[in-house]
Design a protein around this ligand. Structure first.
Ligand code: FE2
Length: 386
């Protein structure tokens, strides 16, 4: 397995050499889900993941067609939005895709310029630059489509001091479960259709000025049944990382293909959130009812010391604790990382979360993919979709 890690092609230097600065990104601003029932979804993300009530917009704030709940945990902002009437693009989105990520919003210094520069390079418009104001100042937002019906929204908030966006009020709740130690979004992965990965890699290069800094082919990420190809796209300062997956031919149906069938098209597959104490975070999440993919077999954990040794790293955590929680370990030249994947968070086998703690490694767990896929396949088998 460590051989597979070695085969991964690193090109970090390219981030700084090759990336273009026509689209400076300050970070992820928010992630907006379109869901069937935002009130209940908000309760779930508070109870199970420890997100905090932050802001709200709906009938009470003058919004007539939708309700949105904004949840926060450290630097992560989730927006859960639902339609209030049947005649709504939000409702249509949910009908087709189920609950899922509609908007990956990126924090920028200048939303107009971000929009113009990306449109000039071939982006399809979702929303022209729009100024929203209230007593706290103004926010400029503009959006472009990426794969499927997913949108990148550019958010300029340097002249705004309010909670979230104009139109939202502070959401004060009497129900405030404690946070679980989730800090920031490490990366967000998209699944695209057969033979579409390179189209979208080129789109991120040409339209967004991103660079491809890691690639995994189907020989690296394959099990007896399933295969996928993945390329990691990063912006110039490395703050935004979007790996892109496409299915590859295996003996049976790839998990990427299963996603595409049930989401009915390309979309966000998983959101990886960082913690600096994965043992505590995962124990907490488990106690709150979050279900994770089944723990890799003992043989996987027996192999871990050798995989770390190859790169001269020493595991600081107790391996038995990691095993009892089902946390996986991967290593590269720079360090190691700890990660675990939830089961899909809705009935359609689509979106899931990853919890990740980086101990120096900048990779994405390629060495774990095989172990991971085997455990995903055990779940697929139960669903009869393998
Ligand atoms: Fe990931």
């Amino acid at each position: 397995m460590s051989k597979e890690i070695k085969n991964v092609e690193y090109g970090l230097e390219k981030i700084f050499e090759g990336a273009q600065d026509f689209l400076p990104l300050l970070g992820t601003d928010y992630v907006e889900f379109y869901v069937g029932n935002a009130k209940q979804a908000a309760h779930f993300y508070k109870t199970a993941f420890g997100f905090q009530s932050h802001a709200y917009a709906g009938l009470e704030t003058g919004m007539r067609d939708r309700a949105s709940y904004v949840l926060k945990q450290d630097k992560i902002r989730l927006v859960l939005t639902t339609a209030l009437k049947s005649d709504s693009p939000i409702g249509e989105h949910v009908k087709k895709h189920g609950d899922g990520v509609k908007i990956v919003a990126l924090w920028v210094e200048d939303a107009r310029s971000a929009y113009e520069e990306t449109i000039k390079r071939g982006a399809k418009s979702y929303m022209e630059p729009t100024v929203e104001t209230d007593e706290h100042g103004e926010v400029v937002r503009a959006g472009i489509y990426t794969y499927g019906e997913t949108v990148h929204m550019f958010v300029e908030r340097k002249n705004y001091t309010g909670e979230f966006l104009p139109g939202y009020k502070k959401w004060e709740s009497d129900y405030n479960p404690a946070p679980t130690g989730l800090k920031y979004i490490d990366h967000m992965v998209g699944n695209v259709g057969w033979n579409e990965m390179n189209t979208w890699v080129k789109w991120y290069e040409d339209v967004m000025g991103f660079v491809n800094f890691l690639s995994f082919d189907d020989k690296q990420i394959t099990t007896e049944y399933s295969a996928l190809m993945s390329k990691v796209m990063s912006n110039g300062n490395g703050r935004i990382k979007f790996p892109i997956n496409e299915p590859a031919e295996g003996k049976k149906k790839s998990q990427i293909e299963e996603y595409l069938d049930f989401y009915e098209g390309p979309g966000i597959q998983h959101i990886a959130v960082a913690t600096d104490d994965i043992l505590t975070t995962v124990a907490d999440l488990r106690s709150r009812g979050i279900e994770f993919l089944s723990t890799p077999p003992q043989s996987y954990y027996d192999d871990v010391p050798f995989r770390l040794d190859k790169h001269n790293h020493k595991l600081q955590e107790d391996i038995n604790k990691l095993m009892s929680l089902g946390i996986m370990i991967d290593a590269d030249e720079e360090g190691y990382l700890l990660q675990i994947f939830t089961k899909p968070l809705e009935d359609r086998p689509t979106l899931f979360f990853e919890i990740i703690q980086r101990m120096g490694a900048r990779g994405f767990g390629a060495g774990n993919f095989k172990a991971l896929f085997e455990s995903i396949e055990r779940e697929q088998e139960k669903r009869g979709t393998l």
